[in-house]
Ligand binder design. Structure first.
Ligand code: S3P
Length: 430
């Protein structure tokens, strides 16, 4: 396991960067391109480890997928051209690959075995296995299919009307994809709308899908047709530099071509709520997704309460928001975020443990955190625990102290942001 000593002399971030392509959209482009007949060209694809796991899974089912840097060409004969993989499928660290893929595989006439790394093997799969079983899928695995490794005997499924009891785009998407492979109409009705990239992109590939607020209806048995997808920059990756700029003296950073899908822009709302100087400019649309440039200047953030419907819109940004809160005036409360316990790590525990080690005053609660502001952070020995977003949070925290921060297990950052340190160095050297 590799480690890094983080000790940046210069701590002011200035300049313009673009961040790598959106992880959620990159996964879906490969999956839907593989289910579609014809060619799908994906540009600005995120070549992070999670998305590479998705590519490998569909290559194992006989789809031709060629990647050159951040451009991917998928050529498929459609659902009927897929074949049974002759080896178990390794999902690595990727929860999105696991949950969405399970929805697809459940409807194919083959046998599959899925496994993942230590972290993924601890994450709950029953949230997707249950509705798929209701649709007729045969799924088994450790703890009766709650945990990987999981075996799926796919086959003809029945449509379902499903009201998920977890706020998860992965679960919604897995059920919609299974619905695509049935002969009828499947609906998924959420209490709070989660990210809707599946709905947007399935439409672009020609699926018969209808969205009314938080209710999605898909009519199955409709062939998809390949199309070109340009992936916007990942706002969840941009968030690390937006916060870094907000909390380091003299900083002024613009991140260009960032995805601004309203189901993902909770971080902009939180920065505004906390009085951070933020502007969103050059708003435009690429491939059905809104994008724009985001500028943040060093600010004096103020504490806030974060709860309710905004949580799914910031679920991946909470670790870096917690760091921001340590620098705000007052006490910040984060509530209704129990889903954090089911991420690459239990992110309530890993954020509280890590920021406490660096001098923060932060307490975990059942469904969130209480964070005291105006704290002076110090150096220390830290570990990402294999969680890319904890690794990047630590790197940004190291900008707040003149002492050394040791980051163990830093390589996991490549899961979502392979060029993170290059981009950080480029902003620090302007
Ligand atoms: C994702 C959904 C979210 C998010 C994950 C990506 C997706 O997970 O945390 O990084 O692409 O659908 P949940 O569906 O578990 O909330």
């Amino acid at each position: 396991m590799s480690q890094k000593v983080l000790a940046f002399e210069q701590k002011t971030l200035t300049g313009h960067i673009t961040v790598p392509g959106d992880k959620s959209i990159s996964h879906r482009a490969v999956m839907f391109g593989s289910l579609a007949e014809g060619k799908t060209k994906i540009t600005n694809f995120l070549a992070g480890e999670d998305c590479l796991s998705t590519i490998a899974a569909f290559q194992a089912m006989g789809v031709s997928i060629k990647r050159e840097d951040n451009t991917v060409l998928v050529e498929s004969e459609g659902v009927n051209g897929l074949k049974e993989p002759d080896q178990p499928i390794n999902l690595g660290n990727s929860g999105t690959t696991a949950r969405l893929l399970m929805g697809i595989l459940a409807g194919l006439p083959f046998h599959f075995t899925l496994y993942g790394d230590d972290s993924l093997s601890k994450r709950p799969m029953d949230r997707i296995a249950h509705p798929l079983r209701e649709m007729g899928a045969k799924i088994d695995g450790r703890e009766h299919g709650r945990l990987l490794p999981i075996a799926i005997r796919g086959g003809q499924l029945l449509p379902i009307d499903f009201k998920p009891n977890v706020k998860s785009a992965q679960v919604k998407s897995g059920v919609l994809l299974a619905g695509l492979l049935t002969d009828g109409v499947t609906t998924v009705e959420e209490v709070t709308k989660t990210r809707d990239h599946t709905e947007n992109m399935l439409k672009a590939f020609g699926a018969n899908i209808n969205v009314e607020g938080a209710k999605v209806k898909i009519t199955g048995n409709k062939n998809l047709t390949g199309c070109d997808i340009e992936v916007p920059g990942d706002i969840s990756s941009a968030a690390f530099f937006l916060v870094a700029a907000a909390i380091t003296e003299g900083s002024h950073v613009t991140i260009e071509n960032v995805g601004l899908n309203p189901t993902r822009t909770g971080i902009i709302d939180v920065l505004n709520m906390m009085d951070v100087s933020i502007d969103v400019m050059k708003k435009r649309t690429i491939g059905g997704e809104p994008i724009g440039d985001i500028t943040v200047r060093a600010s004096k953030p103020k504490a806030t309460v974060i709860e309710g419907d905004i949580i799914p819109r910031i679920i991946d940004e909470i670790p870096i928001i917690a760091l921001l809160a340590t620098q705000a005036t007052g006490q910040t409360l984060i509530k209704d975020a129990e889903e954090l316990r089911f991420k690459e790590t239990d992110r309530i525990e890993s954020v509280v443990h890590t920021l406490s080690k660096l001098g923060a005053t932060i307490t975990g609660t059942k469904d969130g955190m209480i964070i005291e502001g105006n704290t002076k952070l110090h150096g220390g020995v830290t570990n990402s625990f294999g969680d890319h977003r904890i690794g990047m949070m630590i790197a940004v925290a190291s900008l707040l102290t003149d002492e050394k921060v040791e980051l163990h297990d830093d390589e996991c950052i490549a899961i979502s942001y392979p060029t993170f340190f290059e981009d950080l160095h480029s902003l620090l050297s302007n």
